[in-house]
Design a protein around this ligand. Sequence first.
Ligand code: 13P
Ligand code: SF4
Length: 346
Amino acid sequence: MTLLEAEIETEAERLLRALLHVDCEPGRTWDYAACRRIAPLTLEINRLKREREAIILAHSYVEPELIYGVADFKGDSYFLSLQAKKAQAKVIVFAGVVFMAETAKILSPQATVVVPDRGSGCSLADSLDGAELRRLKALYPDAAVVCYINSTAEVKAESDVCVTSGNVYDIIQQLPERRILFVPDRLMAENIRGELKRRAVDKEIISSDGTCIVHDAFDAAEIAAARGRFPGLKVVAHPECPPEVAAAADFVGSTGAMMRYVKTTPAPYFLMLTECGLVGRLQVEAPKKHFIGGCRLCPYMKLNSLEKVRDALLAPRPDQIITLDETLRVRASRAIERMFELAPTD
Ligand code: 13P
Ligand code: SF4
């Protein structure tokens, strides 16, 4: 066996140890042969990262071979934004969607930020542009403008503060304004109204009309049916879900909080009302837990692949490189920095 073959075998064994329990996505399971097939690519990417002084940030929804094969940091939008802000790397590859890579560029302008697939949009971010937000602001001039991080840089530049699913309630609660213009997630806005009511906080929430195509598709009937079939089931939902789904869940939170909840909650079964990639992460990191329910994929997140990450590192095409007008970037950074100031530290 040559030195290279030995290196590939060692890499395949490392990948297999990580991915062995992942079987949430129909038609995708991990055995030695599957890991052996991708090992040359993960080795090449990890070598390129060292050569280019690059880091890879991966959202929990991307394929597990990216998360456990090549990522330096994996997690939810808030965690990854923090890593982008702290990054000293020359290159940041964002295996996620375009608004996340834009956020990294806003926070780390000195770095070359690349996105593996420029088509990796987001139904929320793509639902609202700066002109439409300016029109809404003119209708509600007294409102604090709060943008969900799933928004374009232009929308962030028009906002007073940015929030993520992990801090949205706590940040809005702290704002002095009673009237809040929250964009672009209509369903999360309904969940905010519900949570603020529970907290006895008097605010008026006005929203625009975006939804997440993945989370909007869950419905409360499937929760009732699952509870009937699996006694002791815990239902875990993302705040992008419809309010009746969030109300019927045992826990609602960001993908990071959902993971923490599952890891620390003894229950025979979990129903995860979010993108399927999170189940994959839990199958790796909490292999004794049992998950029921189908597998919903975000078509944008799933555009990421090892090949595209390799190409973005080797010789990024212009469409893979994030560029932002500097005035816009500075304005957008204010909303994100205000989030870091107001976000609870845990
Ligand atoms: P999180 O910040 O909770 O990971 O959410 C990001 C997202 O796009 C959910 O659909
Ligand atoms: Fe956007 Fe929904 Fe995909 Fe998240 S899961 S990136 S909100 S489309």
